[in-house]
Design a protein around this ligand. Structure first.
Ligand SMILES: *[C@@H]1O[C@H](CO)[C@@H](O)[C@H](O)[C@H]1NC(C)=O
Ligand SMILES: *[C@@H]1O[C@H](CO)[C@@H](O)[C@H](O)[C@H]1NC(C)=O
Length: 428
């Protein structure tokens, strides 16, 4: 526990107070016939569950970094990361780099200095206060409060509902399920081996803490049944998950339509991280401002043709890691659909449409500097080449609340503007 040296006394005490009270609880349990008769109160049982869960998630760090946003980033030895709790990964040999990297049109971002559509690079906030050593990966420490905000310990880090847009859906329950709303572009009908996009980053306002707003890529396998496979990555604002309104880099995966498998970030065993510089779930900064500087992130997800693992890259420089192929059924082979775009939860607060914003909170008509965008959207084909998407469709449940508009040009390839304010006079 080298990392303990980095904590102030107060934090040390708070962390250990839980341990000490749990020790007393165990002790009490042992003496149950003497003085502590009766079953432990529900509150203590929950405390015990939370403690066990935190112990599972938060591996002993080599070093810890306090981020200005209140996060603690633990630098965990690469071989001690949560993925290796998975029974199938016990003897896994980590791949430190992919065998192949897809190539294509927008492989290296063009400098667009001098044009009006100028964009800027972006970073993670915790970098201000330090770096993780080689052979470690940065992990956002899960706090007690994080777990307590979830409806149950088991549900922490998982999506509550199926969280997917089904264009031209025949099942209305799925389309409108629990108020999730989307404004997306998509392709289907071929075999896809990855996708890429550059997404501008905003900090949309969230009306209720149980809502969220995100902008992401979905890599989908299978039909929209109980065994849907999905790999997702992008940015999100999710007060319930993170305890604040910051914009964060995130990933998600599931192999059974958001039921038993999968989670956000590294909150379960699955994703194997190899990168020591980028932390899943950590804040990204700065964000774009209306009629002002635009900041964007690039995300590339692709299937390594040799090993079959799904790799993720952030920006041009950071290969973050991979989802082993065995986690999935359909995606073990290829993806059948790719979606890019925004999603919010409309919990219908006060019986009306939520004010929660998607993208910048402005409609696509407003264009550059004002609306959210995905540019240079591409798919990876069976020869591991990045290509423009063919037959790009769009979908939104209620275009008066959140909308999407596609286009293409030389600089941006295929792109779209998307988003909206939620409640307004046309979306009551
Ligand atoms: C989704 O629900 C809204 C009202 O909540 C309705 O106006 C809309 O038509 C529904 N969309 C679909 C595709 O069923
Ligand atoms: C998040 O934003 C909402 C309003 O959009 C605000 O009421 C709330 O206090 C903010 N939460 C934090 C932790 O800043």
């Amino acid at each position: 526990m080298v990392g303990a040296a980095h904590f102030s006394g107060g934090q040390w005490w708070r962390r250990n107070a839980v341990g000490i009270s749990l020790f007393l609880l165990y002790f009490c349990g042992g003496l149950i016939s003497l003085s502590c008769a009766g079953r432990p109160p529900a509150a203590s049982r929950q405390e015990l569950q939370v403690h066990k869960h935190l112990k599972r998630l938060n591996k002993a760090p080599v070093k810890s970094i306090q981020s200005p946003d209140g996060d603690i980033i633990d630098c965990v030895h690469i071989s001690k990361q949560p993925a290796f709790d998975h029974p199938f990964l016990k003897d896994h040999k980590i791949q430190m780099r992919p065998n192949y990297h897809p190539e294509g049109l927008f492989d290296v971002e063009k400098e667009s200095v001098g044009t009006k559509e100028r964009t800027n690079p972006i970073n993670q906030l915790w970098h201000m206060n330090g770096k993780c050593p080689e052979d470690t990966i940065p992990v956002r420490r899960t706090k007690r409060e994080d777990v307590l905000r979830a409806s149950s310990v088991k549900k922490y880090g998982k999506k509550k509902h199926r969280s997917i847009a089904k264009p031209r859906g025949t099942d209305p329950d799925l389309v409108n399920e629990s108020g999730h709303q989307h404004a997306i572009a998509y392709v289907e009908g071929e075999r896809y081996y990855g996708a890429k996009a550059t997404i501008n980053v905003w900090e949309p306002k969230i009306q209720r803490t149980n809502e969220f707003s995100l902008s992401q890529i979905w890599i989908l396998g299978g039909s929209f049944g109980q065994d849907l496979n999905s790999i997702e990555a992008g940015w999100q604002v999710s007060p319930d998950l993170y305890g604040d309104n910051n914009t964060r880099l995130f990933t998600y995966w599931t192999s059974d339509a958001y039921q038993a498998t999968g989670c956000y970030n590294l909150l379960c065993s699955g994703f194997i991280q190899v990168n020591s510089e980028i932390a899943m779930g950590a804040s990204i900064s700065p964000v774009s401002a209306y009629r002002n500087s635009q900041y964007d992130i690039s995300i590339l997800i692709w299937k390594d043709p040799k090993e079959g693992n799904w790799w993720m890259q952030f920006g041009n420089d950071y290969v973050l890691g991979y989802w082993p192929s065995f986690l999935f059924s359909y995606l073990g082979d290829s993806a059948s659909m790719i979606e890019w775009g925004g999603e919010v939860v409309n919990s219908q607060p006060d019986g009306r449409h939520t004010n929660t914003q998607m993208g910048s909170g402005h409609f696509p008509e407003e264009g550059f500097g004002k609306a959210g965008y995905f540019r240079n959207i591409q798919v990876v084909d069976s020869s591991n080449n990045l290509k423009s998407p063919k037959g790009l469709g769009t979908f939104t449940e209620e275009s008066n609340c959140y909308d999407v508009q596609t286009g293409s040009n030389g600089d941006w390839g295929h792109y779209f503007y998307f988003g909206g304010p939620g409640r307004n006079s046309n979306c009551p």
